[in-house]
Design a protein around this ligand. Structure first.
Ligand code: FMN
Length: 166
């Protein structure tokens, strides 16, 4: 049976390089035989997470059910002010709904991490994501993909650098 990989990524920008990057990684997972699902931060359009709310939007329920059922994930956030974006963190906050599941949160799921940055490095966002992976009881893949100067690497959602895509 194929494993299922769920990708969560992108930004609220109309053309998002972090979304383009995670699409490529997800295509790689599909080419390796995985069943894949993509959750685009902009399309999810999640409200700010409110602790203990009973007003859970459908998008948050669907995301959490998918994440709970998957074997592994890919996360991709832009680097904002030296960390992950607020919209990406808010999507992760909604995973709090998995706190009551058995097993809880991301227990023993494997997470691959990608970031895109305008400047010369993007590792701070990856490092922040790794803290979250650990807090949610998952495992971060050792090889990470911080993409610097994303404005050079992508145009209209297409990657310009084939070695980066590989
Ligand atoms: C609010 C904001 C903060 C940013 N902060 C940083 C930063 O600290 N370092 C950096 O290299 N780029 C920074 N950038 C540039 C983004 O990381 C870069 O444009 C990224 O590729 C955007 O991802 P997206 O195309 O998925 O929206 C920032 C952009 C915005 C809008």
């Amino acid at each position: 049976m194929a494993i299922t990989i769920v990708a969560l990524g992108g930004s609220l920008a109309q053309q998002s390089t972090s979304l383009a990057a995670v699409r490529i990684a997800l295509e790689g997972a599909a080419a390796a035989g995985a069943h894949t699902e993509l959750y685009d931060i902009r399309q999810l359009d999640l409200p700010m997470y409110v602790p203990n709310t009973t007003d859970v939007p459908d998008a948050a329920r669907v995301l959490c059910d998918s994440v709970y059922a998957c074997d592994g994930m890919l996360w991709s956030s832009p680097l904002y002010h030296g960390t992950i974006s607020g919209s990406f963190k808010n999507a992760l906050d909604w995973l709090q709904l998995l706190g009551d599941r058995q097993p809880a949160y991301l227990t023993d799921k494997v997470i691959g991490l990608i970031s895109t940055a305008g400047g010369t490095q993007g590792l701070q966002a990856v490092n922040t994501m790794e803290f979250v992976v650990r807090a949610l009881r998952g495992w971060a893949v050792p090889l990470v993909v911080p993409i610097p100067q994303s404005w050079r690497a992508f145009q209209q959602g297409q990657v310009l650098n084939e070695s980066l895509a590989a």
